[in-house]
Design a protein. Structure first.
Length: 70
């Protein structure tokens, strides 16, 4: 039986990539304000860092699953 490749990981990776674009938009447009979402969350990790972590963790999982399937 062939396994389906349809899953929700692509939408999660897309969302993470869009978060990175959002964070970079402040630097691209030379805005003097900090990223509002990270400021509101008061955490040590910025939204961009979190998005990169999510993107690479999901990608690593998908690559590993592909390798295991052979």
């Amino acid at each position: 039986m062939q396994q389906s490749r349809e899953n929700n990981f692509n939408i999660i990776r897309l969302f993470a990539a869009l978060m990175v674009i959002y964070v970079h938009s402040f630097a691209i447009f030379k805005m003097s304000i900090d990223e509002p979402i990270a400021k509101a969350l008061h955490s040590g990790v910025s939204l961009g860092e979190f998005a990169v972590y999510v993107f690479f963790i999901i990608s690593g999982y998908l690559i590993t699953a592909s390798f295991v399937r052979g």
